[in-house]
Write a protein of this length. Structure first.
Length: 261
């Protein structure tokens, strides 16, 4: 993950010292990383491409990457409130939001809780009901440990924050949130009325049937299911190919630039 033109800073939002970066110019596009990740773990291979046409704002959420823990459990709702507070701090009235995996959950909550801030939303490899995963996933979550966490995610965290205790905290926060997850109501999803793009891989950890269900629940949505697994289509760190062939970027750009009918 080559990091160029770093424009990082911190803002205190809701008592959290949140790390963020701004790249490029244009209409704002907020990138929300997945669980156990940071800006570059999720978007490192595509961020510079998005920054050619957008003012990209990448965030590290509570206990992730360069943002410390605030000493309380995480929630998708709180993460959404933190991003909303950051946008207000930056005097950004409205932005496009792209969230991957758990970041997609946060993006949905941002649209539900702060709809005035969201212009368009991209929900990538995410879910709103427990049935979005096969049963093995929840069985795994019952007894998951830090050793179960993918090594690339651990190594990426320690590369920028060489603190094993902080790594344990990040894992604990994400695990506890997933273990406690309860289905979101259909009405909450239907309240996301801005244009939405729902995207996933055909071999994603999210069931394709659930991706379709989410798409059908949203009032103004487009659907894209691409060949590949969880995050392959945007070059997430566990995509070992890293060949730069990410067709999702072109699809996302077309969605973002298309005028609303």
């Amino acid at each position: 993950m080559t990091k160029t033109n770093i424009a990082g800073n911190y803002a205190v939002v809701n008592g959290l010292k949140m790390y963020y970066e701004i790249h490029g110019e244009g209409f704002p596009l907020v990138l929300v990383h997945g669980g156990g990740s940071d800006i570059y773990v999720t978007f490192g291979r595509v961020l510079s491409t998005f920054a050619k046409k957008h003012k990209v704002i990448g965030v590290d959420l509570q206990a992730h990457g360069r943002t410390p823990d605030r000493g309380v459990p995480t929630s998708f709702e709180q993460d959404a409130d933190d991003i909303a507070a950051l946008l207000k701090h930056l005097d950004i009235k409205q932005a496009d939001i792209m969230g991957f995996s758990n970041g997609g959950n946060t993006a949905m909550q941002l649209a539900i809780r702060h709809p005035e801030l969201v212009h368009k939303i991209i929900i990538a490899s995410s879910f709103y009901k427990r049935s979005g995963f096969d049963s093995w996933f929840w069985d795994f979550m019952k007894n998951a440990t830090l050793d179960s966490m993918p090594k690339p995610l651990q190594e990426a965290f320690l590369a920028i924050n060489n603190d094993h205790a902080a790594l344990e905290i990040m894992h604990k926060r994400d695990l506890s949130r997933m273990q406690a997850f309860q289905d979101w109501g259909d009405d909450a999803i239907r309240s996301i009325t801005m244009p939405a793009l729902v995207i996933a891989g055909d071999k994603d950890v999210i069931r394709p049937e659930h991706t379709l269900e989410l798409y059908r629940m949203l009032p103004d949505a487009e659907l894209c299911i691409l060949p590949g697994g969880h995050g392959n289509y945007i070059g997430e760190i566990e995509d070992v190919s890293g060949d730069g062939g990410y067709p999702a970027v072109t699809i996302i750009e077309a969605f973002l630039t298309k005028a609303k009918a």
